[in-house]
Design a protein around this ligand. Structure first.
Ligand code: SF4
Ligand code: SF4
Length: 200
């Protein structure tokens, strides 16, 4: 049996009214049922798995022989500009990161070097891991209400969800340093203070 989009919508509407964990589970169950009902049956040839296994072997062999060829060529000083490895030799060779990837945080600065943050506490409030701790103080400039006397972010607890960046009204916190390898010898040193976050 297959479900039309209209049928799906009608069935789901019953569960939209009340938002309870039972209804969320029910919707997930229904989605699984739709997928199962619409799944195409395998043909006899496909059910032997021979085409899939052969395809996998072909892909692996292509990579293997390509890399082998270029490794041998590199030994003779040829094709040096073509990479033969399929793995990144970390940490010497770093993998390029996608621009939108959320990496370690940094606090943005004003032109005078002070933090752009106005200690509105939005990020602290929204943080699901409760890893931001801000101490607000009155700003000497009458045009700016507050500034963070202290801004602590515990990277040992952070789940890199990016909510703090999304919610910030001043674009004062960003996750674009491109740094992912945060390693320390103690939990205490995983807590980054304002100075450290502004240096990033
Ligand atoms: S990325 Fe998420 S978990 Fe980490 S500090 Fe921001 S809001 Fe909290
Ligand atoms: S949301 Fe932005 S301005 Fe507000 S406290 Fe956090 S970093 Fe500062």
């Amino acid at each position: 049996m297959t479900y039309s989009t209209e049928q799906k919508r009608k069935e789901l509407e019953k569960y939209f009214e009340e938002k309870s964990s039972f209804n969320i589970l029910r919707v997930a169950q229904m989605k699984r049922d739709w997928k199962k009902a619409n799944r195409r049956e395998l043909t006899w040839w496909e059910s032997t798995y021979i085409p899939t296994v052969a395809g996998g072997i072909w892909t692996t062999s292509t990579h293997f022989f390509r890399n082998l060829f270029f490794h041998i060529m590199h030994l003779f000083g040829l094709y040096k500009n073509v990479s033969a490895a399929v793995t990144y030799q970390y940490p010497e060779q770093k993998r390029p990161l996608a621009k939108r990837l959320r990496t370690r945080h940094r606090l943005m600065k004003r032109e005078d070097g002070s933090p752009r943050c106005v200690a509105c506490m939005m990020c602290e409030t929204v943080c699901p891991a409760r890893c931001i701790e801000i101490t607000a103080a009155e700003h000497p400039n009458p045009n700016i209400e507050k500034y963070p006397a202290e801004f602590k972010l515990d990277l040992g607890k952070c789940v890199y969800c990016g909510f703090c960046v999304e919610v910030c009204p001043e674009d004062a916190i960003r996750m674009d340093t491109g740094k992912l390898d945060t390693a320390e010898y103690s939990r205490q040193s995983m807590i980054y203070d304002k100075k450290r976050l502004m240096e990033e």
